[in-house]
Design a protein around this ligand. Structure first.
Ligand code: PLP
Length: 499
């Protein structure tokens, strides 16, 4: 078998060498994009000349150590664009790419809805590697809270009252900082519950963590600057930073949180993105020692620490550790919070807590780029916090999620007790069911979806493509406690077929 593959490659000896020299398995560019780029450039620049035979897909996949399907798709794409020609039973050959052929190929591609031809390189990559799930409700969609229990009546009463007394300023263009009452309520809440050291003037209201991250990337880094990302980590941060042209440096996570290696420490990044209170998605709680080390490192090297504190209200045992921001004595931490998990995601309200000398620049940029709106909605939220509805909603939801969490653990125990590990299950709105390394977690998630259960494969949260950890993220925000056993039963039947 090995010999057959090698001789198949030898037939097209010039090609594997050419590809091997350029193909980087440790890089962050996905395999299919890399291989496509290398072959297409080779053909366009006539390094791979007309008539040259490409190796059989299986042989090339074997030599590169990638999936055969990846090679098949790349060959198909090249054929579609006129760069290669395939004859049944004959193999695939580099086509004669004269100007006329290139024009024809481009016209054919333009006629297709293929986004690669329409979008910029950055745009294509953003869409190709998008992480947001298409389904955002139902068992066990991660990242979604129980929106059916949102106190809509209280909200609409406050809203009606505020509309009756709406001021022209509330209905005109906003100034970029956010509603003054909301900034004050957020600062008070964060000081009281999260140990965040801030004055209301340091709070800037945004329309979601994604927008907060976009501002951070716009204002604090230039294209090509390095940013450390937890690996596995939040795809949303990865997408924003990549789209802004930053160089993503995946940094591993251990039981104490972000764990840079000595070589990584020798090259300080512009910024690091961390979720210390509940690492997403592993659930690791960053230790006190690690927090101190990272803050000291950031102060010495002038690194921005972007702290994502997205769901630490929900912890079912020990009290949450205070935010990293509260320990920062050098103004390096940018603290991000959101109302997406405590209230509902469609509200699109979140906030940044900034070192004082960054506030005006952020408000200005926010106003300049997005013309932020929803000012009355912000005022409603301010009243919702000030009148205590927010605190009581969180208390209520904490006990709802705690019961669901226990029900899910019981269901996992029943089907897989002692066989599959549960990781990071004592906080937040999701837990991780570990899978053996040989299992294709994306295939499990696809099959589960066909059985009516939504999960997200852990491997998708990795930046590095080689040997990502395997598992399934199971959210319990969008499934009632009494439905958990039967829904997990469906998932368990799917998982069993892979074990
Ligand atoms: C790690 C993490 N941070 C933040 C958010 C919230 O993002 P947003 O405020 O844009 O809804 C999410 C939502 O899924 C998340 O998973």
């Amino acid at each position: 078998m090995q010999e057959q593959l090698l001789s198949a490659c030898a037939e097209a000896a010039a090609l594997p060498d050419f590809v091997l020299r350029q193909f980087d398995r440790r890089g962050t560019e996905p395999d299919h994009r890399q291989l496509y780029r290398i072959l297409q450039t080779g053909i366009r620049e006539s390094v791979l000349t007309a008539g040259l035979k490409l190796p059989p897909t299986r042989a090339l996949a074997h030599v590169l150590g990638i999936a055969r399907n990846t090679v098949v798709h790349v060959y198909e794409q090249l054929a579609l664009e006129g760069y290669v020609q395939a004859g049944v039973g004959r193999g695939t050959f580099v086509a004669a790419v004269g100007p006329r052929l290139v024009d024809r190929a481009l016209a054919a591609v333009a006629a297709l809805p293929a986004r690669g031809a329409l979008l910029s390189r950055r745009g294509g990559q953003l869409v190709d590697e998008a992480g947001a799930g298409r389904l955002q409700w139902g068992a066990f969609t991660p990242g979604v809270p129980e929106v059916r229990m949102f106190p809509a009546q209280v909200w609409s009463r406050l809203q009606a009252r505020l509309w009756r007394s709406a001021t022209p300023q509330q209905l005109s263009y906003a100034t970029g900082h956010g509603d003054a009452g909301l900034r004050e309520a957020v600062a008070g809440y964060l000081q009281g519950t999260r140990g965040v050291a801030c004055a209301p003037e340091q709070v800037v209201i945004t329309s979601g963590t994604q927008q907060s991250l976009h501002l951070v990337a716009q204002l604090l880094a230039d294209p090509g600057d390095a940013v450390w990302l937890e690996d596995p980590g939040y795809w949303g941060a990865r997408s924003v930073f990549r789209a802004m042209g930053l160089r993503l440096v995946p940094v591993g996570v251990d039981g104490e949180g972000l764990a840079p290696t000595p070589p990584q420490l020798r090259e300080p990044p512009k910024a690091m993105f961390v979720s210390p209170s509940h690492q997403y998605p592993t659930g690791a709680l960053m230790s006190h020692g690690r927090r101190r080390q990272l803050l000291e490192y950031a102060a010495v090297h002038g690194v921005w620490v972007v702290e994502d504190d997205y769901d630490s209200e929900f912890r079912y045992g020990a009290r949450p550790l205070p935010a990293l921001q509260g320990l920062d004595e050098h103004g390096r931490v940018i603290y991000l919070g959101t109302f997406s998990k405590t209230l509902f995601p469609a509200l699109r309200l979140a906030y940044l807590v900034l070192p004082p000398d960054l506030v005006e620049a952020f408000a200005r940029a926010l106003n300049e780029l997005y013309r932020e709106g929803q000012t009355l909605q912000q005022a409603v939220l301010a009243r919702f916090l000030a009148e205590g509805h927010y605190a009581s909603h969180i208390r209520r939801m904490r006990s709802v999620y705690s019961a669901r969490h226990d029900a899910l653990i019981a269901a996992i125990d029943k089907h897989f007790g002692g066989v599959l590990p549960v990781i990071g299950g004592d906080a937040g709105l999701h837990l991780l069911l570990g899978l053996p390394q040989h299992i294709d977690d994306q295939a499990v998630a696809q099959k589960a979806q066909r059985a009516g259960v939504t999960t997200r494969p852990l491997s998708l949260y990795h930046v590095r493509q080689s040997a990502p950890a395997k598992g399934l993220l199971l959210g319990y925000g969008a499934v009632r406690e009494e439905e958990i056993a039967s829904q997990f039963g469906k998932l368990a039947r799917v998982v069993q077929t892979f074990l």
